[in-house]
Design a protein around this ligand. Structure first.
Ligand SMILES: Nc1nc2c(ncn2[C@@H]2O[C@H](COP(=O)(O)OP(=O)(O)OP(=O)(O)O)[C@@H](O)[C@H]2O)c(=O)[nH]1
Ligand SMILES: [Mg+2]
Length: 220
């Protein structure tokens, strides 16, 4: 099935489950290239940094169920310091990437992880060591960050495709399992807040209706 950027996807019909997976990590660690490798099965080695936010939709099957996956990709930034909270909102899994050739990107994982946990205390998070094609010997090294936190850890290469399909398929499974089984307290609170917000908005609208009839909300 074809995967394309969100704006080209005509319909979301048919999906029995929908999950959101976010990518985190410093700039130029290869977040976009990993997504490209998985979704387009290709790798274009140009240097373009992700400008703001790119959303990709992917149709997957998990245990016979049609799953619609929203992948969120953004520029990992130095430039922005941290992500907007809406990036984390209702995410069901996280792929956190570093570049085995740049130690600083490994060190910064702890900052990314801290921020992730402020917003999403319980979602599955996979730690990814990317660019192993540049030096296969790194796979002999031990990277303790993931082990200490008991997080799944993968050595991958967006350039030659090593472990990429496995990484994303596992991430999708984890996201679906999380969504189906979590009694995530924060999710429930967010849901409450949202319905509260909607109620409030419709009240505001009906107030408006009295004063400015030309701005009627659509009747339903
Ligand atoms: N050798 C090698 N280079 C890679 C690999 N993955 C990405 N690169 C290169 O690393 C650079 C950055 O990759 P991107 O995917 O744009 O990085 P990003 O994490 O999306 O960066 P931002 O959008 O700025 O956050 C590009 O020049 C890629 O060609 C890989 O597996 N191996
Ligand atoms: Mg990018």
């Amino acid at each position: 099935m074809a995967e394309r950027p969100r704006e080209d996807v005509p319909s979301e019909a048919g999906a029995e489950e929908a999950v959101k997976i976010i990518c985190l990590g410093d700039s130029a660690v290869g977040k976009s290239k990993l997504l490209e490798r998985f979704l387009l099965d290709g790798f274009r080695p140009q240097q373009l940094s992700t400008f703001a936010l790119t959303l990709y939709q992917h149709h997957a099957r998990v245990d016979g169920k049609a799953v619609l996956v929203d992948f969120w990709d953004t520029a990992g930034q130095e430039r922005f310091q941290s992500m907007h909270p809406s990036y984390y909102h209702k995410a069901h899994a996280c792929i956190m990437v570093f570049d085995v050739q740049r130690k600083v990107t490994y060190k910064n994982l702890s900052n990314w992880y801290k921020e992730l946990r402020e917003f999403r205390p319980e979602i599955p998070c996979i730690v990814v060591a990317n660019k192993i094609d540049a030096d296969m010997k790194v796979t002999q090294k031990s990277f303790n960050f993931a082990r200490k936190l008991s997080l799944p850890f993968y050595f991958v290469s967006a350039a030659d495709g090593t472990n990429v399909v496995k990484l994303f398929n596992d991430a999708i499974k984890l996201a679906v399992t999380y969504k189906q089984n979590s009694g995530d307290f924060m999710d429930e609170v967010m849901q409450e807040l949202e319905s509260f917000d909607l109620e409030k908005k419709s009240e505001d609208l009906s107030d408006q209706e009295d004063s400015s009839p030309e701005e009627k909300p659509p009747s339903s």
